[in-house]
Design a protein around this ligand. Structure first.
Ligand SMILES: [Zn+2]
Length: 90
């Protein structure tokens, strides 16, 4: 039974890692991904947006939702093919 316990602990760690990833990626960013400037809240008419005062980067307009790191959660993802792969970048 000792082996079973280890297995479930491992599963829990993977599940936790996935939850933690979503914790950080399912919410608005706090800083510009380009230069790290703290984002400011948009004008009253667009209070739900955030923008970078330095280069005009805007959330969610310019935000690209990152794909789940399949390598970390291998086998647990239900969205098959969502991993863009190690392409040339960009
Ligand atoms: Zn910026």
């Amino acid at each position: 039974m000792g082996c079973a316990t280890s297995w479930y602990q491992l599963l829990d760690i993977r599940k936790h890692a996935r939850q933690e990833w979503h914790f950080w990626n399912d919410r608005p960013p706090i800083a510009c991904p380009i230069d790290g400037q703290p984002l400011l809240t948009g004008p009253t008419s667009q209070a739900s947006t955030l923008y970078c005062p330095f280069d005009g980067w805007q959330w969610p307009r310019d935000w690209i939702q990152p794909s789940e790191p399949i390598g970390l959660f291998g086998g647990l993802s239900s969205a098959e093919g969502s991993y863009p792969g190690p392409g040339p970048g960009g």
